[in-house]
Design a protein around this ligand. Structure first.
Ligand SMILES: [Zn+2]
Length: 124
């Protein structure tokens, strides 16, 4: 356990993470269907193994987008997840494993919450 004086810093870090990926306000621009690259199946299996949650890869609806922006913050993002099973990936970051696995983690855990230890370990 961190000592009490570390708590404010930990909370600030968590708030930053949550703000950085609040998919609910993300707006994908110029979307089109994405045929997921073959490597995505491998990454999906790895996220399944990490989270201990399995799900059919085929359930995910993949879309690519030229830009994924947060209207409120004015920031740009690599990916976004929309419940129940839609994942957007920025078109020029399709092979960015960490970003894709992050969105897969949202889908397998079925949560927008980045705070759980499982999420941080597998999709952080
Ligand atoms: Zn996220």
């Amino acid at each position: 356990m961190p000592s009490p004086r570390h708590y404010p810093r930990a909370f600030a870090f968590l708030a930053l993470l949550l703000r950085a990926c609040a998919e609910s306000v993300l707006e994908p621009v110029n979307t089109r269907p994405l045929e997921p690259p073959a490597i995505y199946r491998t990454w999906w299996s790895e996220v399944e193994a990490c989270t201990g949650v399995t799900g059919r890869f085929e359930r995910v609806r993949w879309l690519e987008a030229d830009v994924i922006r947060n209207r409120d913050e004015g920031t740009e993002h690599v990916g976004a997840w929309e419940p129940p099973h839609t994942i957007y990936i920025k078109a020029d970051r399709l092979m960015y494993m960490r970003g894709v696995k992050h969105e897969m983690t949202h889908d397998l855990l079925q949560t927008r919450d980045h705070g759980s230890p499982t999420f941080r370990r597998c999709g952080g």
